[in-house]
Ligand binder design. Structure first.
Ligand code: AP5
Length: 220
């Protein structure tokens, strides 16, 4: 099987993390979520975590040089990957191109998760997650068996501090200004695939598998 090397591109709440969990199992590829890595650094109070905190708390992006250095380390040791939340700016995408060329590992696809603002707001306002494992739930669409408790490990579920309406508004504006240009970037590179992310999770998964089967056949 062609090793999966994917970018999951799309606005906050589109379901990138949710689908990454499914794709990890299906394709034996590692999810690399820059958001999860940064939250882990914050929890451990590392210098990177402390630098990132102020940006994340206001819905802004962490500076490119910090993210690129972090991702170079992660990618050099990973053959099959799902990039969740990276790249998020044109300079990050250019740095990724350089790195993948050096490693001889071309992308299979950049999947664009397409959903409108109303759907995104509804999803983010009802999201609960396990800070230890990153697994997410939704109080309406995918509730845990017991409220606020993870089905897997029984750990507490929390709401992210950047999921408040004010910060979500900032995150969506940041996405539109800095990340949306990557749609054209990857379209021109010939790897963009659009997925209707407003459908239920299992239908989104199925649509992605269809796209990937077609793409993997053309990438060697
Ligand atoms: P990050 O953690 O990457 O957040 P994000 O991109 O805003 O994405 P989310 O995790 O909010 O959404 P998602 O698409 O994964 O949705 P999910 O699957 O959880 O980044 C956080 C911050 O870190 C940034 O603001 C920035 O400061 C910093 N950062 C990160 N990367 C950076 C970078 N590269 N450069 C600079 N700074 C960076 O789903 C959402 C909810 O909907 C869940 O409750 C889920 O259960 C539910 N759901 C999912 N799919 C469906 C469905 N199909 N139907 C119904 N409900 C669904």
């Amino acid at each position: 099987m062609t090793p999966m090397r994917l970018i999951l591109l799309g606005p906050p709440g589109a379901g990138k993390g949710t689908q990454a969990r499914f794709l990890e199992q299906r394709y034996a590829a590692r999810q690399i979520s820059t958001g999860d890595l940064l939250r882990e650094q914050r929890a451990r109070k590392t210098p990177l975590g402390q630098q990132a905190q102020a940006y994340m708390d206001r819905g802004a992006l962490v500076p490119d040089e910090l993210i690129i250095a972090m991702m170079e380390g992660e990618l050099s040791t990973t053959g099959a990957f799902l990039l969740d939340g990276f790249p998020r700016t044109v300079p990050q995408a250019q740095a990724l191109d350089v790195l993948l060329t050096k490693l001889g590992r071309p992308l299979v696809a950049a999947l664009l998760f397409d959903a409108d603002r109303r759907v995104l707001l509804e999803r983010l306002s009802g999201r609960w997650s396990n800070p230890r494992t990153g697994r997410t739930y939704h109080e309406r669409f995918n509730p845990p068996r017991v409220a606020s408790v993870d089905d897997d490990d029984g750990g507490p579920l929390v709401q992210r501090t950047d999921d408040t309406p004010e910060i979500v508004t900032e995150r969506l504006a940041t996405y539109a200004a800095l990340t949306a240009p990557l749609v054209e970037y990857y379209r021109q590179a010939g790897v963009l695939e659009r997925v209707d992310a407003a459908r239920p999770p299992a239908e989104v998964s199925q649509a992605i598998v269809g796209v990937l089967e077609r793409r993997a056949a053309v990438v060697r």
